[in-house]
Each structure stands twice: as C-alpha cells, then as structure tokens.
Write a protein that binds this ligand. Structure first.
Ligand code: GRG
Length: 318
C-alpha cells in the first residue's frame, strides 16, 4: 500500500509507492502555501473574505485527493529537463490542482451532480454551504492562473514559458476543455451518447486538464515544441485511460472504496462500460496506456515515473 492508502503494484525498476509518497507530501506543502496566500488580502482582493469562503477553499483544496495532476506536472517538468529541486515546480503543480479542486466543488453542487460525498468526506457545499462553495470555486479560477504565472516565470522557461503555461491552463480549463466537457455532459443527460460523443465529452471534461498538466510541466521547463507535443500526446492517451478506468471503478467499486458515490452508474449516464462491457473497457484502457508509453518511446524519453504512472492509472482501486 502507498502512503495514499491505495494498492500500488510493485515494480522491479521503479518504486512507485515511494515516489507517490514523496511527491504527494511536497504537493501538499505547496497547496498549503497556495491556500495561505489566497487568504492574504492582495491575493484574494478582499480586505476580509466573505464569511465561510476561506474555510470552503481549505476544504475543497486540502481535504484529500490522489494529487495525480500536480504529480504529472512535476514529472513532465523533470522529463523535459527541468532541474529546479526547490519548491518552484510544486508551486506550479499546485496551481493546476487548484483548478481541479474548484471543478470538483462545483461538480458536486445540487445544480450539477448533487453529491454529498467527496474524497471520503462531505462535499464542499455539504460542509460549508452552497454560497461558500460557489464563491470559493469562482475565486479559485483566476487565483490559480496567477499562481501558475508567477511559479512558471521563475523556472527555466522564464516569461515565455509562463505565457505558454497560462494559455495552456486556461485552454484546458475552459470551453474547449473541462468546462466545455462538463457542459456537453450535462446536455447529454437523459439520452445515450454514442462512442464518438462519449469520447469527446471525456477528452474535454477529464482529459484536457490531464493533458494540460503534462504540457504545463514541459513549458515551464523550457522544452522545445517537439518535447511539449510528445508529453501532450502521452497526456492525451493517459487522460482517456484514466477516464475509462474511472468508468470501470464506477461500475465495480463501492462508495467506501471510492470515497464518493458512483454517480454515473446511478444516474444512468453513458459510460465506456455501458458501451463496451467491463472487459472491453479494460482492454481499451490498456490500449491507451500502451499508446501513452509509445509516445514517450518515439520522443526518446525514458521518464520512469511517467511510465509507472500510466500503469497505475489503470490498476488503481480508487
Ligand atoms: C458550469 C458547465 C459548468 C462547468 C463548471 C464543474 C465543472 C466546471 C467541471 C467538472 C469537471 C469534472 C468534475 C470532471 C471530472 C474529473 C474527474 C474524473 C475527477 C476525479 O478525479 P480524481 O480521481 O479525483 O483525480 P481526486 O479526488 O483523486 O483528486
């Protein structure tokens, strides 16, 4: 078991459990720094934050999670040649997790998934109220971009890398990415999207931020376009594998194992399992992982952490 509590397959060549433990701890420290900065007046732009918002931000950001996206940011940064060992890459990575945290807090709201449980705890609005959850999420969006800009500017990619990082994060989080995917998903409720539409929903809703994490890390390291594209392609394949694995978990795991209610199954949504069956979905996830590692091979990137993470994405139990 890893320090995150999940099963991690032993690897002869790379100790993924130890890697995840180390990286998560540094990500948690960076997230604590980000939340503390958010509470300071210049960052939040409030003399005094509206009641409950600070608590809701702390809950949304700090209460658990696998931290896959920030770990991918730092792994991509290192695979692309980034050398900074200090907190800088983790501060950049935390900015991406802030976007993910806002999306989960808003996704759980009664007007969207209406979920009571997240990461084994009450969802943000259940713990701190709907008003605070909405405001916290909305405030996190611009704050995350400010954090990403200043962290990236201090790394090898400098100001040019930082511009690319902010553009990439905004695209991944926006209408062509995560928000657009969520919208397509909401509009598809009550009917069954076919395989192409389902893939497009997931490519945007889940895949865009995962792919964006890889691109952000590479850009901050000052990687050339070919390196950014290779890591982006790995991220695209990984994103799809992650979502297919999520559908398999949604169909096979309990709320206790997942730390949330398996919502898609209950809401009768179209899923890879619904379209291809459990074995078919597992095969698709495996094929995507193979494509992800092939993208690394073609770019001549060894990157053991990225290879191990791709494997873990489809064997994880939550
Ligand atoms: C207003 C249309 C509109 C959108 C607002 C709410 C929202 C933006 C987007 C929702 C995006 C969303 C919830 C995507 C699901 C991504 C996903 C699979 C989350 C689970 O990720 P894990 O397993 O979670 O990495 P942990 O808890 O480990 O961080």
């Amino acid at each position: 078991m890893s320090p995150g509590g999940e099963h991690v397959a032993p690897s002869a060549t790379f100790d993924l459990a130890a890697f995840l433990g180390r990286e998560r701890s540094r990500v948690e420290q960076a997230l604590e720094r980000a939340v503390t900065a958010f509470e300071e007046p210049p960052a939040s732009a409030f003399e005094e934050l509206p009641s409950g918002v600070s608590e809701a931000v702390r809950h949304a950001v700090l209460a658990g999670g696998k931290r896959l996206r920030p770990i991918l940011v730092v792994a991509a940064y290192r695979a692309a040649g980034g050398r900074e060992e200090g907190p800088g890459p983790y501060d950049l990575a935390a900015a991406v997790e802030l976007i993910h945290a806002y999306s989960l807090a808003h996704d759980d709201l009664p007007c969207m998934d209406d979920a009571d449980l997240r990461r084994g705890l009450p969802s943000t609005h259940r713990a701190h109220g709907i008003d605070a959850a909405v405001r916290a999420g909305a405030l996190l969006i611009p704050f995350a971009h400010l954090c990403a800009r200043s962290a990236a500017a201090a790394l090898e990619g400098g100001e040019e890398g930082a511009r690319g990082v902010v553009r990439t994060l905004a695209r991944a989080a926006g209408g062509g990415g995560m928000v657009g995917g969520q919208l397509l998903d909401l509009l598809a409720e009550g009917r069954t999207p076919g395989p192409d539409e389902l893939e497009e929903i997931h490519r945007r809703k889940t895949g865009a931020l995962l792919e964006g994490s890889l691109r952000v890390g590479a850009l901050a390291a000052g990687a050339p376009e070919t390196g950014v594209e290779a890591l982006g392609l790995y991220g695209r394949r990984l994103g799809l594998a992650f979502q297919i694995a999520d559908d398999v978990l949604d169909a096979t795991a309990t709320a206790e194992e997942l730390g949330k209610h398996p919502s898609d199954r209950e809401r009768g949504k179209s899923t890879y399992v619904g379209l291809h069956g459990i074995d078919g979905a597992r095969e698709r996830a495996r094929a995507e992982v193979d494509e992800a590692t092939t993208a690394l091979d073609r770019a001549g990137l060894d990157a053991p952490p990225l290879r191990a993470l791709a494997e873990w994405v489809v064997t994880r139990r939550r």
